[in-house]
Ligand binder design. Structure first.
Ligand code: FAD
Ligand code: SF4
Ligand code: SF4
Length: 389
């Protein structure tokens, strides 16, 4: 039962004392952790480790004094990791309050937004290199040219061409943006590229990331996670229902279909897993078959539509070379409006493809249903109540 003091709007806010111990119990051990690495980059003592590798993508504690589930610095008052975590307690309402000064209504399955558009890059090279309409790459190039950002935390392919291992990295010019364009469907914790950005002296950054990662900046800003959040000034989210573990290449694509990753030239997900090979052949693999390789961090993820990005981008719908674009914040609107005005992008109303919008809301509801009933119930707002056993 709440006390009068707690209910009063003038009551002082409780002091934030939560540290790694609570993060470990409530997010990591409970299975809510997405592997976004927000806690890793926020830790001022560098005691949170992370293996960006097959079967891993989870934070762990590097010091052993108090065991893997507690932290000496946390015991002394450090709370940075829980302040940065976009799955800790009231993360969804904290980010909504910070970005929109409003909360999601039950019908807002895809989060709060102002406009939906279909967009593609006017620059032919950017359009060709992009996964869908090349909008993400077009925005990054434009935002660098117009001094909104001096670099972006994004994702590249590791090693030699043909190795489909995604790795976080920094794009700070047109060539680097184009080198990072396109989608890989294994995980890339792009937040981790912040160290490289710092080393390169960059101070105004865009974060490109899947839904889980795009909640990191607003949660950090709202909970005052410290200087780590300051350089991130713009946030582009990718619609996402899951990523696959890297093992899918060897254990399914190669073992069953004899599709070697070094011969793959492009992949996409449009109801099926689509793969284009160097020899010109095209293959479709049923998504149900891929299900067993869903990365563990995705199994409870409730956010399909990257609800806390300035602009969220996806590829669903009947128009292959257009990016379904959800504009959410004032900053997102300003950038899209200026890009339309100077001809950097072509747009069509989202209503040109009502099926895509309906599908987005449907997939958003499906993802929300993965959020456990025992966790923060705000996230399931709008879903039918789970039947009690
Ligand atoms: C793992 C994943 C799952 C997705 N699932 C869906 C979905 O279910 N439905 C849907 O409509 N859209 C989904 N998308 C989004 C879609 O694939 C496109 O990224 C989006 O439409 C933008 O296209 P674009 O041409 O504008 O982007 P581009 O200009 O091609 O830019 C894409 C950007 O994404 C970054 N990126 C690529 N792969 C990764 C990765 N693995 N992790 C982090 N960043 C990455 C690139 O570095 C680049 O900056 C998914 C994307 C990813 C990466
Ligand atoms: S969800 Fe992200 S911030 Fe939270 S514990 Fe996992 S990796 Fe860390
Ligand atoms: S489904 Fe996508 S957004 Fe959710 S945890 Fe997995 S990678 Fe992140």
């Amino acid at each position: 039962m709440s006390t009068v003091a707690e209910a009063s709007p003038t009551a002082p806010k409780a002091r934030w004392t939560h540290q790694w111990k609570e993060l470990y119990e409530e997010v990591i051990d409970s299975g809510l952790c997405t592997g976004c690495a927000g806690c890793v980059i926020a830790c001022p003592h560098d005691v949170i480790g992370y293996h960006h590798a097959e079967g891993e993508y989870k934070p762990f504690h590097l010091e052993e004094e108090l065991g893997h589930a507690d932290c000496v610095h946390g015991q002394k008052g450090c709370t940075s990791c829980t302040r940065a975590c976009p799955r800790f307690r009231t993360w969804e309402s904290d980010a909504n309050e910070h970005l929109f000064d409003a909360q999601r209504e039950p019908g807002d399955m895809s989060g709060i937004y102002s406009d939906i558009l279909l967009v593609r890059a006017s620059d032919e090279m950017v359009l060709r290199m992009g996964q869908d309409g090349g909008l993400v790459s077009a925005i990054l190039i434009w935002a660098m040219e117009h001094d909104y950002i001096d670099g972006a935390l994004t994702s590249f392919l590791d090693g030699a061409a043909g190795d489909w291992k995604a790795k976080p990295g920094v794009a700070a010019n047109r060539d680097e943006v184009l080198a990072s364009a396109g989608s890989r469907y294994t995980y890339s914790a792009n937040t981790l590229a912040i160290d490289e950005a710092r080393e390169r002296g960059l101070s105004k950054l865009a974060l490109v990331g899947m839904s889980c990662q795009s909640s990191v900046p607003p949660v950090m800003w709202h909970r005052k996670a410290g200087k780590v959040s300051k350089p991130i000034v713009f946030n582009i989210g990718l619609l996402c229902s899951k990523t696959f573990d890297d093992a899918i290449f060897a254990e399914l694509f190669w073992a069953k279909y004899r599709l070697a990753k070094q011969d793959m030239v492009k992949m996409n997900i449009k109801g099926v897993f689509q793969i284009w090979m160097r020899d010109g052949t095209y293959h479709e693999i049923n998504l149900k078959e891929c299900h067993a390789w869903t990365r563990e961090g995705c199994t409870h993820c409730p956010d399909f539509a990257a609800e806390h990005a300035d602009i969220s981008c996806g590829g669903i719908g009947e128009n292959a070379d257009w990016t379904l674009t959800i504009v959410r914040t004032e900053l997102g609107r300003e950038i899209i409006k200026r890009m339309i005005a100077d001809g950097s992008i072509e747009t069509r109303p989202g209503d040109d493809d009502p099926g895509a919008i309906a599908l987005m809301h449907k997939l958003a509801a499906k993802s929300r249903a993965r959020w456990p009933a025992w966790a923060d119930d705000q996230v399931r707002l709008g879903l039918p109540e789970k039947k009690k056993r």
